[in-house]
Design a protein. Structure first.
Length: 128
């Protein structure tokens, strides 16, 4: 009589393979989720979709405070609408490059910065 397939396969290698696959899946999940968990958390604001473009929101808020101090007529809602329209089809880098190419710059404490960036920074200041 021939051996059945059940007796030809031992349990230990199958179980160790399954445990190794499970461990690899857990390690992959942890490696995927840790960067999300270690990110700074900010209080929710109506501009979070726009502020997600900023790599350093705290320093952007400092620049934004200077922008708001120099232009007290700053309207956050109008600025947010304009930014949503300009960033709808382009990345932040593309819009900032267009600002530089077209000379749309703002002076903030002696620094020349692209308008889109100063507007985002001002929104960050309003949100914090």
């Amino acid at each position: 009589m021939t051996q059945s397939w059940k007796s030809a396969i031992s349990r230990r290698p199958v179980l160790s393979g399954l445990i190794a696959a499970l461990g690899l899946a857990i390690a992959g999940g942890i490696a995927f989720e840790v960067p999300k968990l270690s990110r700074r958390r900010y209080k929710p604001s109506p501009y979070d979709d726009l502020l997600a473009n900023l790599p350093d929101r705290e320093n952007a808020a400092r620049i934004g405070a200077a922008v708001i101090a120099e232009s007290p007529a700053f309207d956050a809602n109008q600025t947010a609408r304009a930014l949503v329209n300009s960033l709808a089809d382009n990345s932040l880098a593309g819009v900032v490059s267009a600002d530089l190419a077209q000379g749309r710059m703002d002076e903030v404490h002696g620094w020349l910065l692209p308008q889109t960036l100063t507007q985002l920074c001002a929104l960050a200041a309003k949100a914090s």
